[in-house]
Design a protein around this ligand. Sequence first.
Ligand code: Z5A
Length: 206
Amino acid sequence: MTSGFFIAFEGGEGAGKSTQTELLSKRLTGEGFSVVVTREPGGTLTAEKIRSVLLDPTITDMPDQAEALLFAAARADHAANLIRPALENGSIVICDRYLESSVAYQGYGRNLGGTYIRELSEWATQGLLPDITVYLDVPAQVSLDRRKGTDRMEIQSLDFHMQTQQAFRDLAKNSQVAHIIIDATLPIDEIAQLISDAVIAELKSR
Ligand code: Z5A
């Protein structure tokens, strides 16, 4: 059982997730909430070590299955050792990427099967799902234009990123988890306002 509130941010690369998780955290902290900001892959010692393997551009022969299992392993550790304890402490956890990233990238981008990848992550996290997901919808070409680095996932083709974008859109429309869907090409401040208004309304309604 958890008493906190779990918010996941999802969307393509460069959608503004890091920017918006920080802005939302500041806003909620200002309202007096206890907030924990974290990210995937990562967040814990083990998961950050797995992250460095997953994003290493010098690794060019990782089978897609190994990639999917490593993302799930990082998430299992992150959920057990950081997210669940913070929620049990009553905090709001804001996580930059979570399970839907695996469904979009590994399930559809890598064609491993969306249902199978979802079940793997649900097993890994013992069913821990967000209370709400903020989906920042960014066109694949804008993602590539905003790209900061050249890690192992970022160097995938435009086609790969278009497939994941479509998967994210479908997930946002059809998920059992409530989604706030935002046009990520709007100005940063406007997006921040839309997100904080929606999240605060949701918190007040609980
Ligand atoms: N991945 C996966 O395959 N499976 C999984 O299960 C998980 C992840 C969890 C993680 O990389 C990679 O792993 C990622 C998915 C995959 N790869 N891809 N591709 P990461 O965490 O290092 O990177 P990222 O999640 O893709 O984040 P990012 O590139 O850092 O983007 P972001 O956090 O969404 O955006 P940002 O850093 O806030 O902003 C990017 C730039 O755009 C920056 O210069 C901003 O100032 C600018 N920006 C932000 N918002 C705007 C607006 N509204 N207008 C104009 N400019 C903006």
